[in-house]
Design a protein around this ligand. Structure first.
Ligand SMILES: NC(=O)c1ccc[n+]([C@@H]2O[C@H](COP(=O)([O-])OP(=O)(O)OC[C@H]3O[C@@H](n4cnc5c(N)ncnc54)[C@H](OP(=O)(O)O)[C@@H]3O)[C@@H](O)[C@H]2O)c1
Length: 306
C-alpha cells in the first residue's frame, strides 16, 4: 500500500467519489473546487507543494462533451494545462501520477476494439483536449500511468444510468441511439483498478513498463440502446415499470459534439502489465442499481409509487 498521502483530484465527480469510497485505510487527500480550480492554473504549484503527496490520482476533468465545443479554452485548461502542471510537479518530486483519459480520443472508425497503439483522431473538443492532456503529461517525463476509460456510470453524479432512470420517471416511451457502441464502465470498478495500481507501484517501486497509456474499461460492450434496455430490465427487479425504448440512429439525435460510432477499448495491456481486468458491465450494472435503490430517496419513491 502507498504509505504517504494520495492526492485525489476531482471533487464530487463520479470517479473521485468512488476512489475515496474504496480507499479503506489508505491516506487520501481528496481535493476539488473551489480550492483546486483548474481555471486558476497559477495557484496549482503552491497547492501541490503544500499538499506534498506521495502519489497523485487526477480524476478531475472538463467532462461536458457538448459544452466543450463552445468552452474550448476551459476544456483545454482543465484537460491539458492542469494535467501538465500536475505531471511537472510529479516529475520534479519524483512521485507517480495516475491520470484518467477517454475513449473519445478515437474517431470510432476502426471497426474493432482499440488498442493503445492505434492512431488517435478525436472528433470533438473534449476528446482533442483530453488527448492533448495525455501528450502534455508524457512530455514531462513523469512516472505516469494514463488510463483511458469509457461510458462511466455510478449511483451518484451525472451519467447515462441516472439520466435513463430520471427519464423513465417522466415518460413511458424513450428513443435511444443504437448505432454508437462502447464499453460501459462502473466508476467503482475503475476506482478499484486505480487503487490496485497505486498499491502495485508502492510494493514494487516504479517499473518502466508501468508508464504510458492503458485502456481500462468494463468488460463487454453494447450500444447506448442496449445499455438503456439492460438498465430498465435490471431496474424492473427493483420495482420500476420499464418504458418502451425505441432504437434510433445518431443522425436522429443531433448533438453539438460528434461522438465516435465504435469506441470499444481493448484492455489486454492492463491485464498483462498490472494483472487487472474490470468486471463485465452487466454485473457492474446490477451492483450499481442495488446501490441506487438502497438510497433513501429511491426507496421512498418506490414506496410512494407502489
Ligand atoms: N464520464 C464518462 O463517461 C467518462 C468517459 C471517459 C473518460 N472519462 C474520464 O474519467 C475521469 C473522471 O470522470 P468522471 O466521470 O468522474 O467525471 P465527472 O463526474 O464529470 O467529474 C469530474 C470532476 O472534475 C471536476 N472539475 C471539472 N472542471 C474542473 C475545473 N475546471 N477545475 C477543477 N475541477 C474540475 C469537478 O469536480 P468538483 O466537484 O470539484 O466541481 C467534477 O466533479 C475524467 O478524466 C474523464 O475525462 C469519463
Amino acid at each position: 500500500m502507498v504509505l504517504g498521502p494520495i492526492l485525489v483530484t476531482g471533487g464530487s465527480g463520479q470517479v473521485a467519489t468512488a476512489i475515496v469510497a474504496a480507499a479503506g485505510k489508505r491516506t487520501i487527500l481528496h481535493v476539488g473546487r473551489p480550492a483546486w480550480d483548474f481555471d486558476n492554473l497559477d495557484a496549482l504549484p503552491a497547492l501541490l507543494r503544500a499538499a506534498a503527496p506521495s502519489l497523485i490520482i487526477n480524476a478531475a476533468a472538463h467532462t461536458a462533451v457538448d459544452r466543450a465545443e463552445t468552452e474550448s479554452d476551459a476544456a483545454y485548461r482543465a484537460n491539458r494545462d492542469a494535467p501538465r502542471i500536475l505531471a511537472e510537479y510529479c516529475a520534479a518530486a519524483d512521485i507517480p501520477l495516475i491520470h484518467i483519459s477517454t475513449d473519445y480520443v478515437f474517431d470510432g472508425s476502426k471497426g474493432a476494439p482499440y488498442e493503445e497503439t492505434d492512431a488517435t483522431n478525436p472528433t470533438g473538443v473534449y476528446g482533442a483536449s483530453k488527448l492533448a492532456g495525455e501528450e502534455a503529461i508524457l512530455a514531462t517525463g513523469a512516472k505516469a500511468v494514463i488510463l483511458r476509460t469509457s461510458w462511466v456510470f455510478s449511483a451518484t453524479g451525472k451519467n447515462f444510468l441516472l439520466t435513463m432512470l430520471g427519464a423513465a420517471a417522466k415518460t413511458n416511451k424513450l428513443r435511444v441511439v443504437a448505432d454508437q457502441i462502447g464499453c460501459p464502465t462502473a466508476a467503482a470498478d475503475l476506482a478499484a483498478a486505480i487503487l490496485r495500481i497505486a498499491d502495485r507501484i508502492s510494493v514494487t517501486g516504479w517499473v518502466p513498463n508501468y508508464g504510458g497509456v492503458f485502456h481500462a474499461a468494463g468488460s463487454g460492450s453494447t450500444s447506448w440502446h442496449g445499455f438503456a434496455t439492460a438498465i430498465f430490465a435490471a431496474a424492473e427487479k427493483h420495482g420500476l415499470t420499464p418504458p418502451t425504448v425505441d432504437p434510433i440512429a445518431t443522425a436522429d439525435w443531433p448533438t453539438p459534439a460528434k461522438r465516435p460510432a465504435d469506441s470499444r477499448l481493448n484492455c489486454y495491456k492492463l491485464g498483462k502489465i498490472f494483472g487487472i481486468a474490470l468486471p463485465d458491465w452487466r454485473i457492474a450494472l446490477a451492483r450499481t442499481l442495488n446501490s441506487v435503490y438502497s438510497t433513501p430517496e429511491r426507496s421512498a419513491a418506490k414506496t410512494s409509487a407502489a
